[in-house]
Design a protein around this ligand. Structure first.
Ligand SMILES: NC(=O)c1ccc[n+]([C@@H]2O[C@H](COP(=O)([O-])OP(=O)(O)OC[C@H]3O[C@@H](n4cnc5c(N)ncnc54)[C@H](O)[C@@H]3O)[C@@H](O)[C@H]2O)c1
Length: 254
């Protein structure tokens, strides 16, 4: 059987760690030629070595950085706008500088990627863009910059789906819940432990579980899935709060 992504070139941003790394490895295992892009060139090189792909230093928040990649890519079958940073402060405690930094890395990046790579994507048969948002883009979240940027990714993905459909490019967003990566564990450890009480499946996701979802959206099986959001969160958004309430009532802990 031919590998699902044989002969297809796919650019993954933030490829050096966490989900980007898992996506790159899975897609390469299924035949893709991976362009592993990260602001951390060393990390991207390690993934490129593992996948037989090519490493790029890309600062997703910098439009010029995207144009350098654009100059090197003739035909692109898939783009995974995955790079992102987390910031867990409230409105009062978020500096204007941090607001802009998070919006640039998490949201403007997605605009730049689709703007500057639209042409090589339009040259590919069945091209697909997957923009990594979050459950923070599905509900109210406690960090203004992270929440607004991830809602923005969801909305921007729909705008792009409308605009790009005529060029044969699909665009969807993925909304992971808690995923076992360095980003998740970057703060107070109690955050993850407490959050898990609201996850009906009772555990975090592995990066590979998200990678399989991204691969589905990039591949031919999703050829009519366009302009939508795919939530991968162990049922957290479906009603994690009621899971928590009923579990605690049954246990007599409230
Ligand atoms: N881990 C989670 O629980 C979770 C949940 C929902 C959504 N997400 C989203 O998933 C995506 C991947 O997160 P992760 O958990 O794998 O994080 P991670 O921290 O493990 O990896 C992020 C990667 O992005 C790179 N990066 C950061 N800034 C960059 C920039 N300016 N330009 C290029 N690369 C840059 C980092 O070097 C790193 O390799 C992010 O968009 C994140 O917001 C994560």
């Amino acid at each position: 059987m031919t590998a699902r992504f044989a002969g297809r070139t796919i650019l993954v941003t933030g490829a050096g760690s966490g989900m980007g790394r898992a996506e790159s490895i899975l897609l390469a295992d299924e035949g893709a030629r991976i362009l592993a892009a990260d602001i951390d060139l060393g990390a991207a090189e390690t993934v490129a070595e593992q996948t037989g792909g090519t490493a790029y230093r890309l600062d997703v928040a910098d439009p010029e950085s995207w144009q350098h990649i654009r100059a090197e890519v003739e035909v692109l079958h898939g783009l995974v706008n995955n790079a992102g940073v987390s910031f867990r402060n409230g409105i009062a405690d978020t500096s204007v500088e941090d607001w802009h930094r998070v919006m640039d890395i998490n949201l403007s990046s997605v605009f730049y990627g689709m703007k500057f790579l639209r042409e090589p994507l339009s040259r590919a048969e069945g091209a697909s863009v997957v923009n990594v948002s979050s459950i923070a883009g599905m509900l109210g979240y406690f960090s203004p910059s992270y929440g607004a940027s991830k809602w923005g990714v969801r909305g921007l993905s729909k705008v792009a789906a409308l605009e790009f459909a005529g060029a044969g490019i699909r665009v969807n967003s993925v909304h992971p819940g808690l995923v076992d990566t360095p980003l998740l564990h970057s703060g107070d450890g109690r955050f993850v432990a407490e959050s898990l009480r609201s996850v009906p499946q009772g555990r975090v996701a592995s990066p590979e579980e998200i990678a399989h979802t991204v691969a589905f959206l990039l591949g031919p099986e999703s050829s009519y899935v366009n302009g939508t959001e795919l939530v991968v969160d162990g049922a957290l958004v479906a009603g994690g709060i009621y899971h928590r309430i009923t579990t605690e009532l049954a246990a007599g802990t409230v």
